[in-house]
Ligand binder design. Structure first.
Ligand code: SF4
Length: 157
């Protein structure tokens, strides 16, 4: 378990400590995946987001960005295209809005039937939504820690 100061040290590592950190990351990657490259198809299902991260073009206050939300049918069609191209891993991601749970859950079983390993990145949701997506077939979910890490760094400065 890392303390806040451990995390700050890791984020600020330079020179030899940074090289050691990168070497540790490579060792862990080799342990789990070897030296092969894994291809993953990425589909961005919405540019809408209720959050306002200051580093992100999809931030809610960016009035210049065109906003869209994909239909379930289009998501399925893109997944099928990816399958036809030989991909077997898919990352479905989008901004943080409530509607993505229903959108993705409605087609996840069909995407799983195509033989995909499914990773999701749809922002923070409630436990019931994570469970619904898992029940429908999601294999993994990227939890966004950037805000938490930035907050820790700011608090420790
Ligand atoms: S939650 Fe994600 S998509 Fe939304 S503004 Fe932050 S980084 Fe961008």
């Amino acid at each position: 378990m890392f303390s806040k100061s451990d995390i700050v040290d890791i984020l600020q590592a330079r020179g030899d400590p940074q090289k050691q950190l990168f070497q540790s990351a490579r060792d862990i990657r080799r342990e789990y995946f070897g030296d092969k490259a894994l291809l993953r198809g990425v589909v961005e299902i919405t540019s809408m987001c209720k959050v306002d991260c200051d580093y992100c073009p999809m931030a809610s206050t960016n009035r210049k960005l065109a906003r869209y939300k994909m239909s379930p049918d289009l998501l399925l069609a893109i997944a099928q295209d990816m399958k036809n191209e030989g991909l077997d891993r898919i990352l479905i991601q989008g901004g943080e809005i409530r509607q993505t749970t229903e959108l993705v859950a409605s087609v996840l079983p069909q995407i799983k039937e195509m033989g995909f390993y499914v990773l999701l990145n749809l922002g923070n949701k409630g436990r019931a939504e994570y469970e619904e997506l898992k029940d429908k077939g999601a294999d993994g979910y990227l939890i966004k820690l950037a805000f938490a890490i930035l907050t820790i760094v700011k608090q420790c400065k």
